[in-house]
Ligand binder design. Structure first.
Ligand code: FAD
Length: 472
């Protein structure tokens, strides 16, 4: 591998936790270089799985690199317990690979109506195997416990001719591919390669809070179903009494969603963790410990305030991966905005449709105190009616300034408000599938140039695989 020169190395990143600001360390290394792949996907969440499967389906030799030990990201390792709605109130709109995965998961949930489209619970162990089988079917090579550690930008100063550096149990290694797809959720690859990115809403508003999801077992799920709905919108939910009691100081807001995953098992997406930056291991580490303590208080609080269902419940697992809603977002050739969402805009180059509501969580505990008013506002104003949706243009997947990099999933080019909608898993599967197909075409026909892809042809290809893309 050629050695980096000063102009080609990525700029030093802030040290984790902010230690020794300004200090940096330069070293020369001779790493093993793997040049076998047409397409490399970093991150194996819903976007990365769909991207890798779609690229390989198009004939690209594809590598999928995942930091954890399973595929699925937030929906498996982070224990997010349910799928956002797959339909627009009239029909399924996330089709293709997304619909296939969803139907498989729903069929494995005997307690769920066979035609239900909204908030279908996720059995995380089952979903891991569904994703394993999908990538295996298409011949994707998968590296678990392998993290994208760094990039070396090529002679042009972007990833064209550049390599990515991976780290795992065999140490550091390098991979050079035709096209790279960033599905890390945090835009690690695109940001390190030099693409512009944003976080929060400018300097004023930070990213949305994180949540460490968890599972309770030995729940009396019959009593749970018969009892009061836990959600904040139910005035009779025990969450109001729990917060008002002051007995559980770590439960400081009313965010709680519980889904029955299996007999006796309820998965929870509950509480908020502030000041957790998904790109900073020090804050994520603090958040993991705080999240575990919070989960234990949720168990005790529910046992006290809803004893029929939770009196004998056991905290069986907190997620091994932090639930990050929002961190770095790529700035692409087009930035999807809340205005596009409100106007139900369509685009000639759209590669997916989305209808999930705007779901902005408060960026600080102070904002959280107004959450009831906020939710009323959100649900009254920002929910689409039946049959309504908007398009996601291909240009949201093309990071500015990078010729052979695409992005998919929750870090696509979108403003903060609309990111709160397009980040849900059905939409991530859809943008992932589109990015994968586009990457394969770019690698095969255009020397990796993702902007040379004929988008009409890409849309036709996606339609051929079942995507719902109305004429624009
Ligand atoms: C608390 C919470 C609740 C949510 N609730 C819902 C819900 O009810 N329904 C719904 O549909 N959506 C929900 N979402 C949103 C949704 O789960 C995520 O936005 C979605 O999973 C994002 O998909 P992704 O593929 O872009 O990234 P992720 O799911 O975040 O996956 C990214 C993957 O990349 C890996 N990775 C990261 N960095 C690297 C690296 N440098 N090298 C290698 N691998 C890396 C990670 O380990 C992970 O597996 C929720 C999210 C959160 C956090």
């Amino acid at each position: 591998m050629s050695q980096p020169d000063k102009t080609n190395t990525q700029p030093p990143r802030p040290a984790p936790g902010g230690a020794q600001p300004g200090a940096s360390f330069h070293f020369d290394a001779n790493l093993p270089l793997d040049e076998r792949f047409d397409v490399v996907v970093a991150g194996g969440g819903p976007a990365g799985v769909a991207a890798a499967a779609a690229a390989a389906r198009e004939g690209a030799k594809t590598l999928l690199v995942e930091a954890s030990g399973c595929l699925g990201g937030m929906g498996t390792a982070a224990l997010v317990p349910s799928w956002a709605p797959f339909g627009d109130g009239q029909k399924i709109i996330y089709r293709g690979l997304a619909e296939r995965i969803f139907r498989q998961c729903r069929a494995a949930m005997p307690h769920i109506a066979a035609d239900r489209l909204d908030w279908v619970p996720i059995d995380p162990e089952y979903l891991k195997r569904v994703y394993d089988a999908l990538v295996q079917e298409h011949g994707v090579e998968v590296l678990f416990h392998t993290r994208l550690a760094s990039v070396w930008r090529g002679r042009r100063g972007d990833m064209d001719g550049g390599v990515i550096m991976l780290t795992g149990k065999s140490g550091l290694s390098a991979v050079k591919a035709g096209v790279y797809i960033d599905c890390t959720g945090d835009a690690d690859l695109a940001a390190w390669a030099g693409a512009p990115t944003g976080t929060g809403d400018g300097p004023e508003i930070k990213p949305m809070p994180a949540t460490l999801c968890f599972m309770l077992c030995n729940v009396d799920t019959g009593a749970y179903e018969r009892g009061p709905a836990l959600g904040v919108n139910n005035p009779g939910s025990p969450i109001h009494a729990i917060v008002d009691s002051g007995l559980y100081p770590l439960i400081d807001d009313t965010h709680i969603i519980g889904n029955i995953l299996a007999p006796g098992v309820v998965g929870f997406n509950a509480g908020h963790l502030y000041e957790v930056d998904g790109t900073d291991p020090a804050t994520v580490s603090r958040g993991m410990a705080a999240g575990r303590a919070k989960a234990a208080q949720f168990r005790d609080a529910l046992a006290r305030f809803h004893p029929e269902a939770f009196g004998r419940a056991f905290l069986v697992e907190t997620a091994p991966l932090m639930g990050i809603r929002d961190s770095r977002r790529v700035t692409g050739d087009y930035m999807l905005t809340a205005d596009d969402y409100m106007k139900r805009r369509t685009f000639p180059d759209e590669i997916a449709r989305n209808c999930y509501y705007l779901d902005v969580h408060p960026a600080s505990p102070r904002e959280s105190r107004g959450i009831k008013a906020f939710e009323k506002f959100q649900q009254g104003t920002f929910c689409y009616g039946p049959g309504e949706s908007h398009g996601i243009p291909y240009r949201c997947l093309t990071p500015r300034g990078l010729r052979n990099v695409l992005v998919a999933g929750r870090c696509i080019s979108a403003d903060r408000a609309v990111q709160s909608s397009v980040r849900v898993m059905p939409a991530c599967l859809a943008t992932g599938e589109a990015a994968g197909a586009a990457a394969a075409i770019a690698a095969d026909r255009h020397g990796g140039d993702v902007r040379a892809v004929d988008v009409a042809g890409l849309r036709a290809r996606l339609r051929g695989h079942g995507a719902w893309l109305p004429e624009t």
